[in-house]
Ligand binder design. Structure first.
Ligand code: PLP
Length: 357
């Protein structure tokens, strides 16, 4: 079975095996991780080790806080403007797709003005919008979705925000593609694609940007979470434990650079096939293609449905495209082995031969 879901997504086999092994009695405590207190030494070790491993893997400088939140990427569309849009109460946004649009929508709901700096909505987001000229510092930050999970585009070169702080939604390529943390004021990422299970969201934020607003709701306050080591209330213990195992696995595999190399190899294999194909089209402009979310279509919804059914039958799961794009989408996150991408290409090749008409 290969699971091409966009998230929650496939996990590394050794991580699942470790979770199973730890289930009856975590470190001989007689309790599973689900049962241990977040105020225990066992959990202190889990969260502190996870943070240190993440710092090592991403080379996070000391003046950045690592925060473990709940509420998904979506809650961060609210918390980021509440914590960071403190001077101008205005942010810039690159409208690169559904998740960027959602971020703008949530910012507006908390009274922050949102200027769309550029959009590619008119060409169905098949290309990335860029910043043409942002010389004036009139925004608290510019929000950019680095990997557009639904549309299948990714910024490999960061948009030029000049002196304005960049805030990045890395939910779907966190630890799967290399970025320089210092280029960002803050980064947000849900765990359920490359870092384990849903229920945990990572925020990495430069410390001089936080603590500027008094009396934020406690659960939305970056500064409070930083001061309380992400344990203001009960954190998602199991999800942090699972993320810790994924981080260990990532270190063993060679880190983020190696993940990017593998993701590139897998996606090249699929894109090369699609570009040669007479049946399938990958609609995204080549230079802007995501390394991990790959939409493709036949142009015939009935044929797409047949393909998805046959793929499922063959053990290639969850390749149905997002309802807003249609067709198919293969997600090739860190835990997808090269053999999975190869199995998909072999299947598509056979399907094309049988259905070219
Ligand atoms: N941002 C991106 C890029 C996503 O892909 C998603 C979900 O798929 C989200 C934000 C929202 O994440 P969540 O469902 O964890 O709120």
């Amino acid at each position: 079975i290969y699971n091409f879901s966009a998230g929650p997504a496939t996990m590394p086999d050794p991580v699942i095996a470790q979770i199973k092994a730890d289930m009856p009695s975590y470190k001989n405590s007689g309790m599973s991780v689900m049962e241990i207190s977040h105020r225990s030494a066992l959990f202190d070790d889990i969260i502190n080790t996870a943070e240190q491993d993440m710092r090592d893997l991403l080379k996070i400088p000391d003046n950045y806080k690592v925060l473990f939140f709940q509420g998904g990427g979506t809650l961060q569309f609210t918390t980021a403007p509440m914590n960071l849009a403190t001077k101008y109460h205005k942010i810039g946004l690159l409208d690169s797709g559904h998740w960027a649009d959602r971020a703008g929508d949530e910012a507006k709901r908390v009274g922050v003005k949102v200027d769309v700096l550029n959009s590619t909505k008119d060409i169905k987001y098949t290309k990335l919008p860029i910043i043409k000229n942002l010389t004036q510092d009139t925004y608290d930050y510019v929000h950019v979705c680095l990997n557009n999970t639904i549309e299948g585009t990714a910024y490999s070169t960061l948009p030029d925000t000049g002196a304005t702080t960049l805030v990045g939604d890395m939910s779907s390529n966190f630890m799967g593609q290399q970025y320089n943390i210092e280029d960002f004021g803050a980064i947000m990422a849900g765990a359920q694609k490359n870092l384990g299970i849903a229920g945990l969201t990572l925020v990495i934020v430069r410390d001089d940007l936080i603590g500027k607003v008094q009396n934020l709701p406690s659960m939305l306050d970056y500064d409070l979470f930083a001061k309380k080591n992400s344990m203001f209330n009960t954190p998602p213990v199991f999800a942090i434990y699972a993320a810790g195992l994924v981080l260990k696995w990532l270190k063993e595999q060679g880190g983020v650079a190696e993940m990017e190399r593998r993701n590139r190899a897998k996606s090249d294999l699929l894109y090369n096939f699609l570009d040669e194909s007479k049946l399938f089209t990958a609609p995204v402009e080549k230079a802007d293609r995501s390394l991990v979310n790959i939409p493709f279509v036949t142009g015939n919804p009935d044929l797409d449905a047949k393909l998805i059914a046959e793929a499922t039958e063959a053990g290639l799961l969850n390749i149905k495209g997002h309802r807003s794009v249609g067709g198919m989408r293969a997600s090739l996150y860190n835990a997808m082995p090269y053999e999975g991408a190869q199995a998909l290409v072999d299947f598509l090749d056979k399907f094309e031969k049988n259905n070219r008409g």
